[in-house]
Design a protein around this ligand. Structure first.
Ligand code: GTP
Ligand code: SPV
Ligand code: MN
Length: 598
């Protein structure tokens, strides 16, 4: 077999994988519109892609009910030493894991086409971008990759004869015997799913799932887990962050990068419509930022992706009008409900529940059923370029200079609306001890409080203690150019379970305070946990929030924080001697501040 590729390593790898997986055919993706349309038409003809007449060129897919989100319990960082993966990652020795997975991969593509998908994370040719090649037996993955990354011949050209790429092998794990009919969403049982990373050789092997981050390997597997390990070796940052540009009424620009755990508000903040008069926001990215120090010493960020793989439930014209506009055409919907007039519907879409719909499992549904019509982790896949507020600079090869980092999580209690770190080291501590209630973005219990450092707990490709150390080292290199660090919580609730803060566009009030802090133009008060907005420092013009809500949102409850300390200490103690001393020093000082009056 000859391949249309100059890159010898790629040609050889494709040949090896074909020999191992035994597909019925090998197909090289060119990334063209024609290719996308052809694959979509085939999936529609098979009944797996449901055309949505009200949204041009858009389709609905329903996954297998067992395959609806990432599976952290089946995700592995496979390094020769267990310690290099660290206590936050599942670990199996590379030889053992490869032996197990080779057995699974043998013949696993029988009866299917093996697609070779060359892709670039970041604009092709950007000094921050990198190339990967995904091999997958899922045409659904190919179409999603078309939207989420830059796919095709241009990438092979950029790769050249001896360029570097990250090999990403994916199979849904459902070989077809001769004559066997396919199912609409092939996948393997949970115990056979493996989302494996070999950071010592920049290699990804995924088996058994067709959903999201398990299967679109450019995203979490490459752009976060493998890239975070590369970034540490090479002195840059690969982060689970949105990127936005905020312009003040005076025309001053601020670039903000924010890390919140999965399903905790990145896409929404990335496309924020500020409610404050005169403030404008542009979206640059909603999930993954790659950042390098530029020639002027500042930190420059690119969006590693080309599309949005966004949470559908809760997305409406009121909450995220820019996302709602983005998904009007050319969008893939997964696990949303289908209305009788041929449109998608989900909880929180902003229109009343239809009297009848087909739910995400393909069953008749009506509002009285007591079950949601869309899966809580139903998603849309849409081109970033379609976002009405996408920044004209979103594909700038050199990226945008970051002024502000925001970390945060989903906490019904304790954590105030906004906190500013005392300094970089304290900011790293705030991020390292970030906590959040778990969401439907992972298969597992929802609503459990856990530590999710830097929103990277499921995505750090090496020992998280070394990751904290890398952030401390980056701060030293950045010196006076280091972005300011803030911590937010949009998700505080009252005793009777209502949001204390309206969120969404109103979050611009908090962003404005941050920008003013950068310019030394807003007041803050020192508290044991950091600087908080002074009582009148938040712009509340034209805003009707009950005074008691605001008091609660900006209160530091010393007793509640003291009660949190053991969990924070336990969390850091997991890292043992590998934890940077500066982090244990930070927790000691936090305890001291909380225990003494100030
Ligand atoms: P991933 O794609 O999983 O990484 O998620 P994400 O961080 O991009 O989260 P997203 O913006 O999609 O928000 C997830 C859910 O939180 C949606 O249902 C949103 O409607 C909701 N949400 C986002 N921002 C806010 C906010 O400011 N307040 C409240 N109450 N809910 C919010
Ligand atoms: C997340 O879980 O953080 C996501 C969705 O962005 S997935 O691509 O499935 O990881
Ligand atoms: Mn995410």
């Amino acid at each position: 077999m000859t391949y249309p590729v100059k890159n010898r390593r790629l040609a050889q790898w494709v040949q090896e994988v074909a020999a191992l997986c035994q597909p019925a055919a090998v197909y090289w993706c060119d990334g063209s519109r024609l290719e996308y349309d052809r694959l979509m038409a085939q999936m529609a003809a098979a009944g797996n892609a449901i055309p949505l007449p009200r949204r041009p060129n858009s389709f609905l897919f329903r996954s297998d009910p067992s395959d609806v989100a990432r599976v952290e319990a089946r995700t592995f960082i496979s390094t020769s030493s267990r310690d290099d993966a660290g206590p936050t990652n599942n670990w199996v020795a590379p030889d053992d894991l490869k032996r197990t997975m080779l057995d699974l991969y043998r013949g696993c593509m029988a009866g299917r086409t093996m697609f070779v998908i060359p892709f670039s994370m970041g604009p092709i040719g950007s000094p921050i971008a990198k190339i990967g090649v995904e091999i997958s037996d899922s045409p659904y993955v190919v179409c999603n990759m078309h939207i989420m990354t830059r796919v095709g011949t241009r990438v092979l050209e950029a790769l050249g004869a001896d360029g570097q790429f990250v090999p990403c092998l994916h199979s849904v794990g459902a070989a077809l015997a001769p004559g066997q009919a396919d199912v609409s969403w092939p996948c393997a049982p949970m115990a056979q799913k493996y989302i494996s990373h070999f950071p010592e050789e920049d290699l990804i092997w995924s088996y058994g799932s067709g959903y999201g981050g398990n299967a679109l390997l450019g995203k979490k597997c490459f752009a976060l887990r493998i890239a975070s390990a590369m970034a540490r070796r090479e002195g840059w940052l690969a982060e689970h962050m949105l990127i936005l540009r905020l312009t003040s009424p005076a025309g001053r620009r601020y670039h903000i990068a924010g890390a919140f755990p999965s399903a905790c508000g990145k896409t929404n903040l990335a496309m924020i419509q500020p409610t404050l008069p005169g403030w404008r926001a542009e979206c640059i990215g909603d999930d993954i930022a790659w950042m390098k120090i530029g020639p002027d010493g500042r930190l420059y960020a690119i969006n590693a992706e080309a599309g949005f793989f966004g949470v559908a439930p809760g997305t409406s014209n009121r909450t995220n009008p820019m996302a709602a506009a983005t998904v009007r055409a050319n969008t893939i919907f997964t696990n949303c409900a289908l209305t009788d007039d041929g449109d998608v519907w989900w909880e929180g879409i902003g229109s009343p529940a239809p009297a009848h719909a087909v739910d995400w499992r393909g069953r008749d549904w009506s509002p009285g059923r007591g079950e949601p019509a869309a899966h809580a982790n139903a998603r849309f896949t849409a081109p970033a370029a379609q976002c009405p507020v996408i920044s004209p600079d979103w594909e700038r090869p050199e990226g945008v200079p970051i002024d502000i980092f925001i970390f945060g999580g989903r906490r019904a209690g304790v954590v105030p609306l906004a906190t500013e770190a005392f300094d970089w080291e304290h900011g790293v501590f705030l991020a390292a001890t970030a906590s959040s209630e778990t969401t439907a973005a992972n298969i597992g219990a929802v609503g459990n409080l856990r530590r999710d450092p830097f929103a990277m707990q499921p995505f750090c490709g090496y020992n998280m203690a070394d990751y904290f150390g890398h952030w401390l080292a980056m701060g030293e290199r950045l010196g006076p150019h280091a972005p300011r660090i803030f911590y937010v919580n949009w998700f505080r609730k009252s005793a009777d379970g209502k949001w204390l803060w309206p969120g969404y566009g109103e979050n611009s009030r908090v962003l404005k305070w941050m920008c003013e802090r950068v310019d030394a133009a807003a007041e803050a008060q020192a508290t044991p946990i950091g600087y908080l907005p002074a009582a009148d420092a938040l712009d509340l013009g034209g805003f009707a929030i009950p005074a008691e809500n605001l008091t609660e949102l900006l209160r530091v409850d010393r007793q509640a924080w003291l009660a949190e300390l053991p969990d924070i200490e336990r969390h850091l103690a997991r890292f043992g001697a590998r934890l940077p001393v500066r982090m244990s020093e930070q927790v000691r000082r936090l305890r001291e501040r909380l225990e003494t009056d100030r």
